[in-house]
Design a protein around this ligand. Structure first.
Ligand code: LLP
Length: 439
């Protein structure tokens, strides 16, 4: 739960706003974003990593309000699409503080990125080196560049979100020499300024040992570049991926302990290699946005189902589902939930919270104990949905993506409005027949 979440007599409130009131005004499903919590985490990372640059990874959750908060609170921003860049600029983020990612940046995309004055382009392939160099030359600028390397680490997380082993699409291999070759080529281009190496090992990671192995391999390459090219690169980015608690089983590190661990790991390695400390950076997304938001649903139907062993599982259907949170279906992610608007003394029953989409995998919370009297009309809140839920939301079944309502000091403010059917129809341009006349 986010920092300001409180339950009083069964009534959940966040940011001083009762969720029952919020649901009455804004309807459900809705994402409820605790502004003080998100900004508090951003500032906690910034302060714990003093002397480093902290890039907020926009892909976790992004909208103009969050961009403005990041700009005001002194964070840098990691973008990986033209849309994310547009929102960053609209929110007042200084382009020099933006790092731009992607394994397949097109020439028009790079023209926009370079012309916008983005501080660092993170190149992800040898193809891209020549591409970004030509764009910068053409625009008459010198573009700052990081080289994303694959440190060859098995991060302990879901296969779909691990990115540092060799057999996946991101980065340039250290082992095969592709990374060193990319560094050489960037260094040789007059229109590019070589800033440093970048490594991102994956997401939702709890174990610092992956970062340790990655840092060791990346710094070994950093030293090799010094020895072979005579350049000590000024920067080094260790990426994001810091895990958060989805249920009470998870025990995430604090920004302070992460800063201490990463600092110790990097400094030991730098000493061993006789290197000066480059400007270091990290890119947390989930750890800033994830815990700040909960999703509010209304229960529609309740159906007990008898399992093979004779036990009963209560299927609780809510008014959203995999269109607003695909993580359970996609990554087998764990979530929890609670009744948001009333207390109950009823005994707990094993429940599964499912959505309203037409497939059986449309599960929001796999297993949770809910009071046996859970009933249609009840409000349910699912915590820790701030990262990769709204940002990965879809219009599956032509559903309308829910709003994001920011709460703070007793005030609720819509920062992303609910979609309407007109939004859906706006892109549907194939049928030029007139709409049927009612009656
Ligand atoms: N930097 C880079 C280069 C990344 O690719 C990512 C995430 C981050 C930073 C931020 O990682 P974070 O701190 O948020 O873990 N949709 C998946 C997560 C995909 C992560 C993609 N890259 C999920 O819902 O778990």
């Amino acid at each position: 739960w986010s920092a300001t979440a409180r339950k009083v007599d069964g009534e959940l409130e966040v940011g001083g706003v009762r969720l029952a009131d919020l649901a009455a005004e804004h309807m459900t499903p809705a994402y409820v974003l605790d502004e003080a919590d998100l900004r508090g985490r951003a500032v906690a990372f910034r302060d714990a990593f003093a002397g480093w640059d902290v890039y907020y990874a926009a892909k976790a959750f992004w909208c103009t309000a969050v961009a403005r908060w990041m700009a005001e609170d002194g964070l840098h921003v990691d973008c990986c699409s033209p849309g994310e860049l547009t929102v960053a600029l609209r929110g007042g983020v200084d382009p020099a503080r933006i790092e731009y990612h992607g394994n397949n940046k097109t020439v028009p995309e790079l023209r926009r990125v370079v012309a916008a004055g983005v501080g660092r382009v993170v190149v992800d392939s040898l193809t891209e080196v020549g591409r970004v160099a030509a764009v910068a030359r053409d625009l008459g600028v010198v573009q700052g560049v990081m080289v994303r390397v694959t440190p060859g680490v098995e991060a302990h997380t879901h296969e779909y979100i691990a990115t540092a082993h060799e057999d996946q699409k991101f980065g340039l291999s250290i082992t095969t020499g592709a990374a060193l070759e990319a560094v050489r080529r960037v260094h040789a281009e007059d229109s590019l300024a070589l800033r440093g190496l970048h490594s991102h090992i994956g997401s939702q990671i709890f174990d610092a040992s992956g970062f340790e192995v990655a840092a060791r391999r990346v710094l070994a390459l950093h030293a090799r570049v010094r020895d072979e090219l005579g350049v000590e690169m000024p920067e080094l980015d260790l990426g994001g991926g810091f895990g958060i608690a989805y249920t009470t089983q998870d025990d995430p590190a604090t920004p302070e302990s992460l800063a201490a661990d990463l600092g110790r790991i990097v400094d030991a390695e730098l000493r061993a290699l006789g290197l000066a400390r480059p400007r270091l950076s990290i890119e947390p997304g989930r750890a800033i946005a994830g815990p700040a938001t909960c999703t509010l649903y209304t229960v529609g139907t309740v159906k007990p189902v008898t399992l093979d062993a004779g036990a009963v599982r209560t299927y609780v259907s809510v008014d959203g589902g995999m269109s607003d949170n695909v993580r359970t279906a996609l990554y087998d992610a764990d979530y929890s939930c609670t009744l948001a608007a009333r207390a109950s003394d009823a005994p707990p029953v094993l429940a599964r919270v499912v959505g309203k989409h037409c497939e059986a995998g449309d599960v929001v919370v796999k297993d949770e104990f809910l009071p046996a009297d859970v009933a249609p009309g009840d409000l349910l809140a699912v915590p820790a949905t701030g990262a990769y839920c709204r940002s990965m939301a879809s219009n599956y079944n032509h559903s309308l993506r829910p709003p994001v309502v920011a709460v703070r000091d007793g005030v609720a403010r819509v920062v992303v409005r609910r979609e309407t059917e007109d939004d859906l129809l706006a892109t549907d341009v194939g049928n030029h027949a007139p709409a049927p006349t009612p009656g």
